[in-house]
Structure formats: structure tokens, C-alpha cells
Design a protein around this ligand. Structure first.
Ligand code: LLP
Length: 435
């Protein structure tokens, strides 16, 4: 489901006119739909109802406190990867005992903080880490709850930067070494073995690699249950969303979101995912953890930005916008495609090829190249779609550009959930020696 539609000639998020939001709060501006976030979470949660499970939202996808709070209130657990994310979860009203702490490089201070806060489980990614967890827990007079992350050596068939389940990736412990690693961990006095975890990659566009990985790991999981009494199996995140042409149609208007729901073109629907995996997981008799990030937040957000200038090059037309790669880095980093639409509904079906580029001093600072778009003019506000996950969270202050504001829409109401950064914010914390 998505909640972005043209209404009276202007793109709306739920019941709120995005033109108005841009006018009121300025651009670049991230806008999220509460209804979409909640819908994705609750639908996934109910699709898994046949198995004991916990949806642990991958905090890294969109970690605004308001977003985390929406999910915490609905009973979500959280997949975290840093002490900072755990701090956010606690500030947002989340329960640390429903958090799993992933990541190949947990620092001593982060481990101590997580143990103090009663973390649900550490998903350990190496035997050296298990040893460190044991030592720190011992010093604190505690036991560290641990699951090992198994690297199943399955090809997720996604972009190489977001593929994590092959043996040449830095993630997890090799499938073959897992039995020995559990045996050694079980000997450690300050470790409680709680589960087993895997995550093969992100933005998967087919259920097949999930099925392949679960089938491959299932016998191992059964052994671990029998030998160590583990309680959960986390199958990670990775469900892909529609980025491209999801909303194209033959309607008179060149782009008509009302006529196409993103479900039709979603590479993996929630229902297809559950249908393929529940029968494989149910017989295990374990609690199944899921770690979706992009699925929950991706299509729930847009980045609004204004066209500053049009520049005709010798072979191209550039639309220069006020958002840059520092605000949304996915096109530059992963060649990620994001649909782009004018907020004012085009009245003609005519399009022209343009490059949508930002103001940052890098040639990689583009949002689209040779993209067929309706005629744009200076001052037009455009929406970069599917920017709710790995958007703001990956933003930087490069070129000393302040962070954009973030807005959460709920029906006909909108709430500022992060203020736009000021120039003073930009230099807060910097010191000139001797002054
Ligand atoms: N669990 C673990 C252990 C992960 O490493 C990740 C994502 C997730 C869950 C959530 O995956 P999701 O359901 O969102 O696919 N910045 C990249 C994506 C990086 C994903 C990193 N790990 C992008 O913009 O495409």
C-alpha cells in the first residue's frame, strides 16, 4: 500500500497537500505516511500469525523517534546495529528486551550499554565477538544472551553492496563452522545461547533466495534446538519494494498513482513471502524473528525538492534541484532508481528527457539521468518517491548543507518530526583551538 495520490491537481500524502507542506516547511523535505508504515507492519505481523514470531523492525532503515514510536506502540521489536540505535529505541518507548543487536563490529562500550539496558539478544558475527561478549558480561556479573549469525552462502541476487549472505561477505560465521562455534560458545560461562540468525541481503526481488537459505539452514537450526535449547530463529530482513515504474499506467495523465497500487508490481508481496516461508518455519517450533526495514518504511516516504534552475547543455537538459546526494545518496551509491513526479499534476502526457541533478560539487550528484519527465519549470516542487527507507538516515552535511526537516502525515494532519537544521546546528560542537 502507498498513500501518495493526486487530488485536485496536486500530489497528496494521505489527506495532506504536498504543495502546501513544501510552502510551509521549505525544501528539501522528507514526508512520511503514518498509515503506510502502520499498514506494512500490521500486515506482515498478521501474515505470520500461524507461527510464533516477533517483527523486529530494522531501525537503520528510518530511525526517526516518531517512526520508532509508531512501531513500538504496536508491539514491534527492533533490530539494532549500534549503541546509538538502542538509545533511540529507549527514547522512543521501545523495549530493549525485544531488541536484537547485530553488526560485525560491536565496541566494548556498546556491549556494556546493551547489557546494562537488558538487551534481548546479541547477534554475534564472529567467534572473537562471542569471546568478548563473554568477558564483558563476566566483568559485569551478567550473562550475555547470544545468537550466532550464520552465513548460508546463498546468492541473494541483489546489488553487491547490499548482498550479505555469500561466503566472501564480511557478515556472519560460515555455515560449515557453525556447529563448532556453538559448541565452543556453550562452554563459555557468561553466555546464554538464545537463538540463531541469518540475513542474506537487502532489496530481494524474489522469494527464491529466502526459500533456498531457509531450506539450507533448517537442519542446522533443528540440531541447535536439540543440542542447546535455542528459542528463536531470525530469518533477517531483505524483502524488496517497488522502485521502478510501479505506478505507470495508460491513464490520460502520464502518471496515475490512483490506478495502480504498488502491491501489483511489488517484487515480493507480504502474502507471497509468508506463503512460501511459513510452511518451512512452522515445523521448527521456534519463535521466528523477522528484521524488515525497507518493506516497512521505503514506500512510506518521499523527498520533496524544488527545481532551482534549468540548464540546457549541448546534449542534455539539466534540472537542478535543491536536494543533493547528501540528502539522498541511494542513486549515487547504488545506482538506485527512484521514480520522480511533479507535485503539481501534469496536464499533458508529453514528456522530455532530462537529468535531475543536485547542487553538490560531485558529478555523482544526480537523482535521474535521461529520464522522461513532464515539462518542469523553475520553482516547481517535485517528489522523489520511495525515499522513506535509507533516505534521511544516510544523509550527511557534505558541502555544509543542513539536514532537511522530516514530516509525519496522519490523515489530514501533519507533524514536524525533525526540525530543519540551522547554520548554528551545523557548527555546534566544533571548536577553534585557543579561542
Ligand atoms: N537485518 C540485518 C542484519 C541487516 O543488515 C539489514 C540491512 C536488515 C535486517 C534490513 O534489511 P531490509 O529489510 O531493509 O532490506 N542502504 C542500503 C540498504 C542497506 C541494508 C543494510 N542491512 C540501501 O539503501 O539500499
Amino acid at each position: 500500500m502507498h498513500s501518495f495520490h493526486y487530488n485536485n491537481g496536486s500530489l497528496h500524502c494521505e489527506g495532506v497537500d504536498l504543495q502546501e507542506l513544501a510552502k510551509q516547511h521549505g525544501t528539501p523535505l522528507y514526508v512520511y505516511s503514518q498509515a503506510t508504515i502502520v499498514d506494512h507492519f500490521t500486515r506482515l505481523d498478521s501474515a505470520l500469525s500461524e507461527v510464533d514470531h516477533l517483527v523486529c523492525y530494522a531501525t537503520k532503515a528510518n530511525s526517526n523517534l516518531a517512526v520508532l514510536n509508531l512501531l513500538a506502540k504496536r508491539g514491534a521489536g527492533f533490530d539494532i546495529v549500534s549503541g546509538g540505535e538502542l538509545f533511540r529505541i529507549i527514547q522512543a518507548g521501545g523495549d530493549p528486551s525485544k531488541c536484537t543487536f547485530a553488526g560485525v563490529g560491536k565496541a566494548r562500550a556498546e556491549i556494556q550499554y546493551a547489557l546494562e539496558q537488558g538487551i534481548g539478544c546479541f547477534n554475534a558475527e564472529s567467534e572473537a565477538e562471542v569471546q568478548r561478549l563473554n568477558d564483558i558480561a563476566g566483568e559485569m556479573g551478567k550473562k550475555a544472551p547470544v545468537a550466532l549469525r550464520v552465513n548460508p552462502n546463498v546468492d541473494a541476487k541483489t546489488h553487491k553492496y547490499i548482498s550479505t549472505g555469500k561466503s566472501d561477505n564480511k557478515f556472519g560465521i560460515n555455515f560449515e563452522n557453525i556447529p563448532d562455534a556453538y559448541a565452543r560458545a556453550a562452554e563459555l560461562p557468561n553466555i546464554t545461547l538464545r537463538g540463531v540468525q541469518m540475513h542474506i541481503g537487502s532489496q530481494l526481488t524474489s522469494v527464491d533466495p529466502f526459500v533456498e537459505a531457509v531450506k539450507k539452514v533448517t537442519p542446522l537450526v533443528e540440531d541447535l534446538k536439540n543440542n542447546y535449547g535455542i528459542e528463536f530463529f531470525s530469518i533477517g530482513g531483505g524483502i524488496g519494494i517497488v522502485y521502478e515504474d510501479s505506478l505507470a499506467s495508460n491513464e490520460p495523465s502520464w502518471w496515475s498513482p490512483d490506478s495502480a497500487s504498488d502491491e501489483q508490481a511489488t517484487p515480493i508481496t507480504i502474502e507471497a513471502y509468508a506463503e512460501a516461508l511459513v510452511p518451512l518455519l512452522k515445523p521448527l517450533g521456534l519463535t521466528i524473528f523477522l528484521e524488515p526495514g525497507r518493506l516497512i518504511a521505503g514506500n512510506a516516504g518521499v523527498l520533496l525538492t524544488e527545481v532551482l534552475y534549468e540548464k540546457k547543455g549541448s546534449s542534455k537538459t539539466f534540472e537542478i534541484i535543491d536536494a543533493g546526494m547528501n540528502d539522498l545518496i541511494r542513486p549515487a551509491l547504488y545506482q538506485g532508481h527512484h521514480d520522480i513526479v511533479p507535485v503539481k499534476e501534469p496536464t499533458s502526457a508529453e514528456t522530455t528527457p532530462v537529468d535531475i541533478v543536485g547542487p553538490v560539487c560531485e558529478s555523482g550528484d544526480f537523482f535521474a539521468q535521461d529520464r522522461e519527465l513532464p515539462k518542469l519549470s523553475e520553482g516547481d516542487v517535485i517528489a522523489v518517491l520511495s525515499a522513506g527507507a535509507y533516505g534521511f538516515v544516510m544523509a550527511s552535511n557534505y558541502n555544509s548543507r543542513p539536514f532537511p526537516a522530516e514530516i509525519l502525515v496522519d490523515g489530514t494532519e501533519s507533524h514536524v518530526i525533525r526540525k530543519r537544521q540551522t547554520y548554528d546546528d551545523l557548527i555546534a560542537g566544533e571548536l577553534i583551538p585557543g579561542s
